[in-house]
Design a protein around this ligand. Structure first.
Ligand code: NDP
Length: 485
């Protein structure tokens, strides 16, 4: 019997599901059981061509519609997503393995937020009038054209919407390629957009591995590439886009610091560390995986952390009582277990977890290491799993220098009851998305993105509009033209 997660076809092009079984089969594995629940086929060159040519052809008429008309469609799509939240959350759980307890409140809902927010902004995208004596200059905010979105596997619905909503609001078309690991949810986003009235050809989804992404990025018809992925992939995609002088947004990895001063509220600090390390089983780019704890609060913090981490409920992710799911794939589980072994070998003190959970699926126990030092592998490399490193510190100056001693710069957090210190410290941290007495809140109203190797550009908020549009300036002369001859 066909599993309910099996999509109607692999791709969504020109307003309809399209299949081409000549492409490489991609099995979709449910991370909680290891069973294959669906199959999609990677895009063949013919499918890539169909998606690009259809998106290119549809864009101009879309850009000519008023922003209010475009926005109305996006807001209708947001309403449909919210109505179908349960069904979409169940699918997100099959796609990623994340517990339903999370997906019900974090995935289709945040996708709907993006559609609603950018739908609301679409009608207010205007230029400026710049007086020049009798003459004047006016500016027009124009669409870029054809945009490509490429997603990571941790938030397949959210990423499809975070890229699609601002792109469409600005009058662009999009071809979106999900991660081969989680190909299911973006198809639903496309389906819902079209149900909401999006004209055919404007939001297309095609499947495939890195080579399909590379074919999209290098196509001369593409004006912009927005990638969510790792730093090594980001470097390749950025370089390929540069060869064609294309616009880019790069949302890449991190090894973010979470700094806990000894005047912090211990319960809140522990809660922040749990949210910043164990949500989505640690598969979150902005996670605060280097938890710097001031020595005065360290033992109290570790004791409560171990106690509360012990309350995580591992189990069937479709059961709403489960609060902690598996790694997305067996491969990712093995990578994470490898890092845990490195932590032990290099002398970090294991506080809790530290192994594969004794159950079916790709579960790794939520793991905390204490006495981690800056040079240990687990403190330097992005693990993308539930492995928290706790490091000690004495002074504010010392912790700022150590927090910044990394190639990454996605996020940073500070817990303290001294608000001048909180702002002073955040002001010196090299990171794009920061938190005070909180961690990992990412509402659509706030810009999101990194500095240093963690990325280029920003998603969400009014900032995203700048990255999906460009400004034309027009000088208007009222008098005669003077010329030298
Ligand atoms: P990858 O970098 O492996 O892949 C990202 C996407 O790029 C996938 O769809 C992948 O295809 C595709 N891709 C791979 N090679 C190329 C290429 N040469 N040209 C074009 N596309 C290509 O990341 P993961 O999927 O493993 O996701 C985890 C990473 O994503 C982590 O580093 C994490 O920090 C980061 N991330 C960043 C976020 C942010 O907003 N800053 C949010 C979420 C995750 P395929 O995998 O199908 O081969």
């Amino acid at each position: 019997m066909t599993h309910p997660a099996q999509p109607k076809a692999s791709h969504f092009i020109n307003g309809a599901y399209v299949e081409d079984t000549a492409g490489t089969p991609i099995p979709v594995i449910y991370a909680a059981t290891g069973e294959q629940i669906a199959t999609v086929y990677a895009a063949t060159p013919a499918i890539v061509e169909q998606a690009l040519s259809t998106a290119k052809a549809a864009q101009k008429a879309w850009a000519k519609m008023t922003g209010t008309e475009r926005g109305r469609i996006l807001r209708r799509a947001a309403d449909i997503m919210r109505e179908r939240n349960h069904e979409l959350s169940v699918l997100e759980t099959y796609d990623t393995g994340k517990p339903l307890q999370e997906t019900l409140v974090a995935d289709a809902t945040s996708g709907a937020d993006a559609l609603e927010y950018f739908g609301g902004l679409a009608g207010s995208l205007t230029g400026e009038h710049i007086p020049m004596g009798e003459d004047w200059v006016y500016t027009v905010r124009e669409a870029l054209g054809l945009c490509v979105g490429i997603g990571a596997w941790n938030y397949p619905t959210q990423i499809a919407c975070w890229k699609g909503a601002p792109a469409l609001a600005c009058g662009n078309s999009m071809v979106f390629k999900p991660s081969e690991t989680t190909p299911l949810c973006a198809l639903k986003v496309a389906e819902i957009l079209h149900e909401a009235g999006l004209p055919a050809g404007l939001y297309n989804v095609i499947q495939g591995m890195g080579e399909v992404g590379a074919a999209l990025v290098t196509d001369p018809r593409v004006d912009k590439v927005s990638l969510t992925g790792s730093v090594p992939t980001g470097k390749k995609v950025y370089a390929a886009a540069a060869a064609g002088m294309k616009h880019v947004t790069m949302e890449l990895g991190g090894k973010s610091p979470l700094i806990i001063f000894d005047d912090a509220d211990v319960e809140n600090a522990v809660g922040g560390a749990i949210n910043g390390n164990f949500y989505s089983s640690g598969q979150v780019c902005s996670n605060g995986t280097r938890v710097f704890v001031q020595k005065g609060i360290k033992e109290k913090f570790l004791a409560r952390l171990a106690e509360r981490t012990g309350a995580a409920v591992l189990g069937d992710p479709q059961d709403e009582a489960t609060s902690f799911g598996p790694m997305v794939t067996e491969n990712q589980m093995n990578i994470v277990l490898g890092y845990i072994e490195k932590g032990k070998e290099e002398g970090a003190r294991l506080i809790c977890g530290g192994k594969r959970a004794d159950m079916p699926g790709f579960f790794v126990e939520p793991t905390v290491f204490a006495d981690v030092t800056d040079d240990m592998t687990i403190a330097r490399e992005e693990i993308f799993g539930p492995v928290m490193s706790v490091l000690d510190f004495d002074t504010e100056e010392e912790v700022i220098a150590r927090a910044n001693d990394t190639e990454f710069g996605l996020s940073a957090g500070v817990f303290t009851n001294d608000f001048s210190r909180a702002h002073r410290v955040i002001g010196q941290l090299e990171a794009g998305s920061c938190f005070i007495n909180s961690y990992n809140d990412a509402p659509v109203e706030a810009p999101f993105g990194g500095v240093k190797a963690s990325g280029v550009g920003r998603e969400n908020s009014k900032e995203a509009i700048k990255h999906f549009s460009q400004v034309k300036s027009v000088y208007v002369r009222m008098g005669d033209v003077e010329a030298a001859f």
